[in-house]
Design a protein around this ligand. Structure first.
Ligand code: GTP
Length: 601
C-alpha cells in the first residue's frame, strides 16, 4: 500500500467509556465484519477479559475506508486501528501501541468527563507526538452533558470546543464522520522504503495452533514471506513463515511495506522470543540501529503462590510454564516456605496482572491456591556495601543495614474539587509527596503525587473510591526508587516464625500493623487443644501479642447420647473445615488467615 493512503490510529479511553463498542461499530461500518457475525466486543477475545469487561491484550485491525468528503474523497484508504490495553499495569504496552500510531482518538464518556486513565494515556500520546482527535461518546444518554465536557476537553488539549466530535458508539451516530476525520487529520506514516528493514513489535500473542503471533509496524524498508529476520535485542534469527494483516481475521500476504501494520509468524513457541518494543530487521543486510524505546518487562509486584494441596505442585509448575508462553512479563522461581511448603515466588506487573494470573490458574487449570500478601521489590544495601534484591519479605537480610530502597510511582488523580482535602489526607497517610495540582475545569482537579508503590498495591484504590464516593480516578507509572526507613515485621505462632506472614513496612507504621494483624489472626485462628500465643516482632523485639485460648471440650461431647446422624454431620463438617486448614508447625491455620493479611481494615 502507498503510505500516503495509510492512517495508523488508536483509541484512548477510560474503562467503560465505550472503546470496545466504538471499535465494534467501526468494524461494522467498514464492512470487515458482517452483521450476522457481529458479537459485542469482537476484539476482546479472552474469556476473562470478556467477563471482567477489560481489555488486556492489544491487537490491530485493518479497516478499508473511503471518506465521503474532503481531500481523498471516495479513495479507499487503509486505516489500522491499534487496540491499546486499558489498565495501569500495562503502561509499557500502551506506550508501544501508541508509538506504532500517528494519531489517536481521545474518547470520553459525555456523561462522565475526563478520568485519570484518559489523562495518563493522553500524556503518553503527547510524548509520542500523535495527532489527537477529541471525541465525546454516549451522546444518546439522557445524562450526557456534551457542551460541558466538550469545553473541558477543548481546554485540556487546546482546541476549539466546536472541534470536539460527538458520537454514540451504541447507535452509530457520528461514527462515519469520525472515520472521515481520521483520514483527514491523522498524518500518513513516514519512513524510508530504501533503508534496511525495521519494524517495531507492539504486541505478541501465543496461539496454541500457530505459535507466537507477533504484531508489528514497519517503519523502514519491507518484510516479505520466507525471509530470515533478526530480533535486534537478542540477535535471535527466525524464518518468516507467514506475514499478513488482520481484518480482523488473519489473512496472509506477500509482505508488509513502510507504514504498514500486520502480523508475523515464525514458529517460535514463546512470547519471550518476540518481545514488545523490540525491533525486527532482516538477517542479511539488516539495520544496525534499533528503533528507540525498547525496555525489558519488569515485574513490580511479587507474591508467593502455593498449592492448597501440596501434591498439586507439579501441576502448578506446568500451568505457570504454559501461561508464560503468552506473557513475557510473568516471572517465577520455586521457593519453599516453612509454613506453606513448596510453591513459587511470582513477579507481576501490578495487582490486576496478579489477579488475572491467579484467577486463570484456578479457573483454567483447576488449581486451589494460597497467595501470600503481595509485596514490591526492595533493594537493601548493607554497611559493608553488599546489596540484596528482596522479593520475599521473609528473606529481608538481618545484620547491619545501611539503606533500604523502595520503588515509587508518579500517580495522577482526578476528582471533583470538593474531594481535594480527602485525597490529600489519604496520600499523606500513604507517604505521598504532592508534585502539583491543576484545575481541568471549575470543578475538576488533577493532583499529581509521588507515592511508594508498596503503599498503593494493597487497597489504595478502594480507599480512594470510598473517600470520594467513587468519583476519583487514578493512574500511575513507575518512576524509580527512594530510600526509606523500612523494617520487617514477623509474626510468631506458638513461638514459631511464620514466614508467609512476614511483611516489610515503614518504621512508623510497624507497630500499628503488628497490633492489627495479631488481633485479626486471633479472630481467625480456631481454638486448638493448647494455648496459642500470637506475636508480632521486629527482630527479637515483640511489639504486639494476643492469645488464642485452648479448647476444653470435645465437640462431640455436646452430642453425647444424641442422634447419630447429627454426630456424623458434625464430624463431616469438621473434616471439611480441615481441608481448608494449613498446619503451621503444630497450629492449624485457616486459609482465610493468609488472605486476611491483605486487607487493611
Ligand atoms: P473497557 O474494555 O473495560 O476499557 O471498556 P470500554 O471502554 O471498551 O467500554 P465498552 O465498549 O465495553 O462500553 C462500556 C459500556 O458502555 C457498555 O455497557 C456499553 O454498552 C456502553 N456504551 C458504549 N458506548 C455507548 C454509547 O454510545 N451510548 C450508550 N448509551 N452506551 C454506550
Amino acid at each position: 500500500t502507498d503510505p500516503a493512503l495509510i492512517r495508523n490510529f488508536c483509541i484512548i479511553a477510560h474503562i467503560d467509556h465505550g472503546k470496545s463498542t466504538l471499535a465494534d461499530r467501526m468494524l461494522q461500518l467498514t464492512g470487515v465484519v458482517e452483521q450476522r457475525q457481529m458479537r459485542a466486543q469482537y476484539l476482546d477475545r479472552m474469556d476473562i477479559e470478556r467477563e471482567r469487561g477489560i481489555t488486556i491484550k492489544s491487537q490491530a485491525v485493518r479497516l478499508p475506508w473511503a471518506p465521503s468528503a474532503g481531500e481523498g474523497r471516495d479513495t479507499t484508504h487503509v486505516l489500522n486501528m491499534i487496540d491499546t490495553p486499558g489498565h495501569v499495569d500495562f503502561t509499557y504496552e500502551v506506550s508501544r501501541s501508541l508509538a506504532a500510531c500517528e494519531g489517536c482518538i481521545l474518547l470520553v464518556d459525555a456523561a462522565q468527563g475526563i478520568e485519570a486513565q484518559t489523562l495518563a494515556n493522553l500524556y503518553l500520546a503527547m510524548e509520542n507526538e500523535l495527532t489527537i482527535i477529541p471525541v465525546l461518546n454516549k451522546i444518546d444518554l439522557p445524562a450526557a452533558q456534551p457542551e460541558k465536557f466538550a469545553a473541558e476537553l477543548a481546554h485540556l488539549i487546546g482546541c476549539d470546543p466546536a472541534d470536539v466530535l460527538k458520537v454514540s458508539a451504541k447507535t452509530g451516530e457520528g461514527v462515519a464522520e469520525l472515520l472521515d476525520k481520521v483520514v483527514a487529520e491523522v498524518p500518513p506514516p513516514v519512513g524510508n522504503a530504501d533503508a534496511p528493514a525495521r519494524a517495531m513489535i507492539f504486541d505478541s500473542v501465543y496461539d496454541a495452533y500457530r505459535g507466537v503471533v507477533t504484531y508489528v509496524k514497519v517503519v523502514d524498508g519491507a518484510l516479505a514471506r520466507r525471509e530470515r529476520i533478526r530480533m535486534m535485542s537478542t540477535g535471535a534469527t527466525h524464518e518468516l513463515l507467514e506475514i499478513g494483516v488482520s481484518s480482523p481475521e488473519m489473512s496472509s500476504s506477500d509482505g508488509l511495506g513502510v507504514g504498514e501494520v500486520g502480523y508475523l509468524i515464525t514458529g517460535v513457541k514463546d512470547v519471550r522470543q518476540s518481545k514488545v518494543g523490540d525491533t525486527v530487521t532482516l538477517y542479511s543486510k539488516g539495520a544496525t540501529e534499533p528503533l528507540g524505546g525498547y525496555k525489558d518487562p519488569k515485574p513490580m509486584v511479587f507474591s508467593g503462590l502455593y498449592p492448597l494441596d501440596g501434591s498439586d505442585y507439579p501441576e502448578l509448575r506446568e500451568a505457570l510454564d504454559k501461561l508464560q508462553l503468552n506473557d513475557a512479563a510473568l516471572v517465577y522461581e520455586p521457593e519453599t516456605s516453612a509454613a506453606l511448603g513448596f510453591g513459587f515466588r511470582v513477579g507481576f506487573l501490578g495487582l490486576l496482572h496478579l489477579d488475572v494470573i491467579r484467577e486463570r490458574l484456578e479457573r483454567e487449570f483447576g488449581l486451589g491456591l494460597i497467595a501470600t500478601a503481595p509485596n514490591v521489590i526492595y533493594r537493601v544495601v548493607m554497611e559493608d556495601g553488599t546489596e540484596y534484591q528482596v522479593t520475599n519479605p521473609s528473606e529481608f537480610p538481618t545484620g547491619k543495614i545501611a539503606e533500604v530502597h523502595e520503588p515509587v510511582v508518579r500517580a495522577t488523580l482526578l476528582a471533583p474539587s470538593e474531594f481535594i482535602g480527602a485525597i490529600m489526607e489519604l496520600c499523606q497517610t500513604r507517604r505521598g509527596t504532592l508534585l502539583g495540582m491543576d484545575y481541568l475545569s471549575e470543578d475538576r482537579v488533577e493532583l499529581r503525587y509521588t507515592l511508594p508503590l508498596a503503599e498503593i498495591v494493597f487497597d489504595f484504590f478502594d480507599a480512594l473510591k470510598s473517600k470520594t464516593r467513587g468519583y476519583a480516578s487514578l493512574d500511575y507509572e513507575p518512576t524509580g526508587e527512594q530510600a526509606a526507613d523500612l523494617v520487617k515485621v514477623d509474626i510468631l505462632l506458638h513461638g514459631d516464625k511464620v514466614d508467609a506472614f512476614s511483611a516489610i513496612t515503614h518504621k512508623e507504621k510497624a507497630y500499628a500493623y503488628g497490633v492489627r494483624l495479631v488481633a485479626k489472626l486471633r479472630e481467625l485462628i480456631p481454638r486448638q487443644n493448647f494455648e496459642v500465643p500470637i506475636q508480632a516482632a521486629i527482630g527479637s523485639r515483640v511489639i504486639a501479642r494476643e492469645t488464642v485460648r485452648a479448647i476444653r471440650k470435645d465437640v462431640l461431647a455436646k452430642c453425647y447420647g444424641g442422634d447419630i446422624s447429627r454426630k456424623r454431620k458434625l464430624l463431616e463438617k469438621q473434616k471439611e473445615g480441615k481441608k481448608r486448614m494449613k498446619m503451621v508447625g503444630n497450629v492449624e491455620v485457616p486459609q482465610e488467615a493468609f488472605i486476611a493479611v491483605l486487607s487493611s481494615d
